[in-house]
Design a protein around this ligand. Structure first.
Ligand code: ADP
Ligand code: AMP
Length: 210
């Protein structure tokens, strides 16, 4: 079974949701650069100050900033891991090749209008990073996290105009990574528009877990 994984795909495709499920099932470490950056913003740390304006407007945080996050997180990971939301540029992918031996990159393929719908209805737990959807995947108690009861939040970049900007950024900067990993024989494409459980099963088949 492949245990050193990257989840690649447009915003809203379901990477975070599936990373949490798989990390829970197989005890993989989950390295989600977006979550790390949001936490830094909440803590008003130096990293947060560097990232804030880029994130608010749907742009990528500079490569050297996120590369350092990855270097630090990977150095304390010895078992399997899922990297979610990184790499997002060719430069980041080149950096990752130097510091880790990735076994498989799962590409989450989904139609654009579905992504926008999923994102505008996304709600997240600011404490444990659990992901919900007010329409497709609501919590048991309205607007409260199933895990810890924390009030869910609507990310400031999950409004429609910033979402369109993030999708544009994805197609310009990140989509070329599909060919990058395909040519290195590392890419597995899954249909991310399906029901949650079906997507999980596709990933499990791709990594050889079932
Ligand atoms: P990403 O990490 O790729 O940006 P998320 O995992 O945060 O995406 O999912 C985006 C939104 O779509 C969330 O509201 C989540 O609850 C919902 N979602 C994720 N996977 C599915 C699915 N297979 N079917 C329906 N909704 C989903
Ligand atoms: P995400 O939580 O993956 O949707 O990421 C939210 C935002 O964080 C993105 O729109 C970027 O501004 C920033 N971000 C997260 N990961 C990266 C990355 N690998 N490279 C650059 N910016 C990132």
């Amino acid at each position: 079974m492949k245990t050193r994984l990257v989840f690649l795909g447009p915003p809203g495709a379901g990477k975070g949701t599936q990373a949490l499920i798989m990390a829970g099932k197989f005890s993989f470490a989950r390295i989600a650069t977006g979550d790390i950056l949001r936490e830094a913003i909440a803590n008003e740390s130096e990293l947060g100050l560097k990232a804030k304006e880029f994130m608010r407007s749907g742009l990528l945080v500079p490569d050297e900033v996120v590369n350092e996050i990855l270097r630090e997180k990977l150095s304390s990971t010895d078992n399997g891991f899922i990297i979610d939301g990184y790499p997002r540029t060719i430069e980041q992918a080149d950096f990752l090749q130097k510091i880790a031996s990735i076994e498989m990159v799962i590409y989450f393929d989904a139609p654009e209008e579905l992504l926008v719908q999923r994102i505008v209805n996304r709600r997240v737990c600011p404490r444990c990073n659990a992901v919900y959807n007010s329409v497709e995947n609501p919590p048991k108690v309205e607007n409260r996290c199933d895990n810890d009861g924390t009030e869910l939040v609507h990310r400031i970049d999950d409004v429609e105009d910033v979402t369109r900007e993030r999708l544009k950024t994805f197609w310009q900067k990140t989509a070329p990574l599909v060919d990058y990993y395909f040519s290195r024989d590392l890419l597995a494409k899954i249909s991310a528009g399906k029901q949650l459980e079906e997507v999980t099963a596709e990933i499990e088949i791709a990594i050889g877990a079932i």
